[in-house]
Design a protein around this ligand. Sequence first.
Ligand code: ZN
Length: 140
Amino acid sequence: MTNYKLLRTIIGQLPHGSDLLESLAEIVQRENIKLGRISGIGATTHAVVAYYDQNMKKYNPLEFSGGMESLSLNGNVSIRDEKPFVHVHILLGDAEGKVFGGHLLSGTKLFACEVTIDEFEGEKLERGFDEKTGLWLWKI
Ligand code: ZN
């Protein structure tokens, strides 16, 4: 494990109708965040997530049309290919309170979203391709 120090916390609201992943990537780029933690709550009008098939080593997309609660948005920012990279997972709740979720993909449109981003300072945290899992994992 590596120790990091909290540098600052950004709190904001993402625009209605915006793309969740793209909005987060924009903030990270604008604020020049290279290492961070992302959390949030809100609601989506359309959601696109993925389930990672460990045998096929492939992401399978799942779509949720219509309004869903965004119960928990949890992720991080680190470096991939020399650039800040946003990795987020999301839990979505339907009208009956049933919960679905997955790895957030582009195409998730917001009804509303309150987001908190913590920026950390410390050693560079970089992703590299991992043969065993087929994922871009941290090189720690
Ligand atoms: Zn993921």
